[in-house]
Write a protein that binds this ligand. Structure first.
Ligand code: SAM
Ligand code: SF4
Length: 333
């Protein structure tokens, strides 16, 4: 089958799937504390997610990332991971991976490895238990650190994702580099993105440009340029002293759209064509209309052809920092 291509000639080979909008944390930049969740009937079943993801694999998707919400809180998630692992074993997928807050890793790390997962991203913004609770509202740092250790012991490669938050973790960037370096983890800093309305919380107060983070790191570490690229928005350097990579995801200050190879599927079966645009396509209807994949394949191809050229994020005072109304937990990071 011809691979998925958009109207700008970009091949779409990377799918992120949000398997749930639910989460046991309420990170201040991601969800309001009283965030409501979708009714079950709107959410795709695990079998439907498997079918949809497998259609993408048939259309040339080489990398599949499960995310959320928190993917590991969805009941039955490990069955889905094991089932999708068949595409890794057959060679159709280069990689099956997930992004997690780490809270359930202590339970699932070994199972992930058995299913064919080799690398995971774990979100961790601070190493201070009190700050961790302030940022995640409901999370416990010790449980996450235990999970990260279990993942390492199980043989998973780990990348830590840290959202840079002004006045919250901006005194910990060096410590994070050290902590990750000692454990053999890569680390990516992320700028706060204007996704979803947070009620009283303003992202203007949270935002730090990563140019400032990098400048701060350079006061203590030797950052060497690398040509490592993932097709995503991260730019990587190597920290000479630790040997580990550090990435910077700066969607607000840099343009990465020309090399974008990815689309995102929400847990309701909506295909988001660009993280920074509202443009999306409903795949749940063609999925549920017929057991034959023909309709679905046509819908996927038509949607990808509509992928916008680039994003439109702006954090400014007039727009209160929200360019796109859906939350990261709905689109899946
Ligand atoms: N629950 C999982 C986790 O936290 O890793 C997966 C989903 S979470 C939405 C994916 C990533 O998005 C996390 O690294 C989180 O820190 C990041 N994130 C959430 N909201 C964000 C925002 N407004 N700006 C930047 N990053 C955000
Ligand atoms: Fe949950 Fe991840 Fe959002 Fe935090 S960032 S509330 S862990 S989905």
């Amino acid at each position: 089958m011809t691979p998925l291509q958009d109207s700008f000639g970009r091949t779409v080979s990377y799918l992120r799937v949000s398997v749930t909008d639910r989460c046991g944390f309420r990170c201040v930049y991601c969800m309001a504390e009283d965030a409501g969740f979708l009714p079950k009937a709107e959410v795709l079943s695990l079998e439907e997610i498997d079918r949809l993801a497998s259609v993408f694999v048939g259309l040339g998707t080489r990398r599949l990332r499960l995310t959320g919400g928190e993917p590991l809180v969805r009941p039955g998630i490990m069955e889905l991971v094991r089932s999708l692992g068949r595409h890794v074993r057959s060679g159709a997928l280069d990689e099956l991976t997930l992004t997690t807050n780490g809270s359930m890793l202590f339970k699932h790390a070994a199972g992930l490895v058995d299913a064919g997962v080799k690398r995971i991203n774990v979100s961790l913004d601070t190493l201070d238990p009190h700050k961790f609770q302030v940022i995640t509202r409901w999370g416990k740092l010790a449980k996450v650190v235990e999970g990260i250790q279990a993942a390492k012991d199980a043989g998973l490669h780990i990348k830590i994702n840290t959202v840079a938050l002004k006045g919250v973790n901006d005194d910990e960037f060096h410590t994070m580099i050290e902590w990750c370096g000692e454990r053999g983890f890569d680390l990516t800093f992320i700028e706060v993105m204007p996704l979803g309305d947070l009620g009283d919380v303003s992202r203007l107060d949270q935002h730090i440009p990563l140019t400032r983070v990098r400048a701060e790191l350079e006061t203590r570490w030797t950052l060497e340029d690398t040509d490592h690229r993932t097709g995503g928005p991260a730019r990587y350097v190597r920290v000479k002293e630790t040997g580990r990579r550090v990435g910077f995801i700066t969607p607000l200050t840099h343009n990465f759209c020309e090399s974008c190879n990815r689309v995102r599927l929400t847990c309701t079966g909506t295909l988001c064509l660009c993280l920074g645009q509202e443009d999306a396509a409903d795949l749940r209807t063609p999925l549920r209309l017929s057991d034959d994949d023909g309709l679905l394949i046509d819908a996927v191809r038509a949607a990808v052809r509509r992928k916008p050229k680039g994003h439109d994020f702006i954090i400014d005072r007039n727009r209160h920092g929200t360019a796109v109304s859906r939350q990261m937990s709905a689109t899946g990071g």
